[in-house]
Write a new protein. Structure first.
Lengths: 200, 200
C-alpha cells in the first residue's frame, strides 16, 4: 500500500466534519490509509491574518445555509452547535495523546468528537465534554483530563500545528496526497480522481 | 423554460473563468438559460474586509497550484497573466453597455475577455485591451471606449454591484438558482444536481 493520505482538519470546522464522513471511503477505494491530523486553524490564522469563515460577513450567512444543504446531500446528521466556533485545544491534545498509544482508537475518538459537536450540536470546547465523549471509545476520562495537561502532549500539538503550517494548510479540511494539496470538502471527488489516476 | 440562473463572477477571478467554461452546459442540461453577471469583487471586499485569495499567504500559493491543476482536469487553456489580479472596471462597464443592446453579444464578449485574460494571459485591465478583444465579437472599439465613460453605463455597473451585495455574493464564481446560492467552481456538480432534482 502506498503512503497514507493526510487529512488535516479543525474540530471547529463543519466542512472538516463533512469530509471526515467520506475521507476513509475515498482513500480505501484508492487503496490508501488516512492519517487524521486535527489541528488548530486559529494558530494558522494568527500568521495569515484570516478569520473563521463563519464569522465573515456574507460568507458566514452562506456557510449556515450551505453546510446543512451539503449535509442533507450526503446524508450526514447535523445539528448546529449553540457554541460555534469552539476552541478545540482539549480535543486536539487528547487526540495526539491517544494517537501515541493507539492510532485506531485516536481516529475513533476524533470521529466521536465530530459526531458530538456537529452531528449532535454539543459544545466540545471544555475538556469535561471531550472526556465524556472519550468514554464511548474506551478511554478513561480521568486519565484523559490529566493527560491533556502534560507538557509533552502540549508540545506534540504545538509541533503538529507547525507541521500544518509548513505543509501549507490554511483551511479545513485540507487533504494532502503524496505532497499534492486539496482544500475543501467539495474536493473529495478530485482527491478520488487523483488517487485513481496518479495525477493528471 | 424556468427562470435563468445567475452566474456572478469577477473577470479577475480564475475560478470564475473555469466556471465560465462549464456553466452554460450545466444550465442547458437543466433546461435553463444563464444570466452572466460580471461584477467587481473589490467593491464587496470593501464591505466585508476580505482580500483577494491570490494575495493571501498560503492560500495564494495554493491557488497558483490549484488553478492550473483544475484547468488541466477540465481541459481549459490557461496562461497565468503577468498582471493579476486586474481591476476589471472597463471590462465590466463594457459588458453592461453591450448587454443593453444585445445580451448574446455581451455574453460572447465576456467569454472573449476571459479567454484573453486567463486563457492567453493578457492584461485585461486597460480599456484599450478590452476594446481590442471586443473587435473579435463585432464591437467597434472606438464606440466601446467612448461608451464606458458614459454616466449611465457607470451607474449601471454601480447598480449591479449593489445587486450583487444584496444577493449575498462574496466570492467568484457565485451561482444563484431560484434564490439558492452556490459558491465556487467546484460546486457546479451541486448546481447540476439542484437543477435536475429541484433541490434536496
Amino acid at each position: 500500500m502506498a503512503a497514507p493520505i493526510d487529512f488535516w482538519f479543525d474540530f471547529a470546522s463543519p466542512y472538516g466534519y463533512l469530509a471526515s464522513l467520506q475521507v476513509e471511503q475515498v482513500a480505501a477505494r484508492g487503496n490508501r490509509a488516512v492519517r487524521w491530523r486535527p489541528m488548530l486553524l486559529g494558530v494558522v490564522f494568527k500568521t495569515t491574518g484570516a478569520v473563521p469563515l463563519m464569522r465573515k460577513p456574507l460568507h458566514g450567512d452562506y456557510l449556515r445555509r450551505d453546510v446543512p444543504r451539503f449535509a442533507r446531500l450526503i446524508g450526514a446528521p447535523l445539528t448546529w452547535p449553540e457554541v460555534a466556533p469552539i476552541g478545540a485545544l482539549a480535543a486536539c491534545r487528547a487526540f495526539y495523546w491517544l494517537e501515541g498509544r493507539d492510532p485506531e482508537q485516536a481516529k475513533r475518538f476524533a470521529q466521536a468528537v465530530y459526531h458530538a459537536h456537529w452531528g449532535m450540536g454539543r459544545d466540545m470546547g471544555p475538556v469535561e465534554a471531550v472526556a465524556g465523549v472519550a468514554v464511548g471509545v474506551g478511554v478513561d476520562p480521568a486519565e484523559l483530563t490529566e493527560a491533556v495537561q502534560r507538557p509533552e502532549v502540549k508540545d506534540r500539538l504545538r509541533a503538529v500545528n507547525e507541521e500544518a503550517q509548513a505543509a501549507g494548510v490554511f483551511g479545513s479540511p485540507f487533504i494532502v496526497v503524496d505532497g499534492e494539496p486539496f482544500w475543501g470538502a467539495d474536493r473529495l471527488d478530485q482527491v478520488a480522481r487523483w488517487l485513481e489516476t496518479g495525477g493528471w
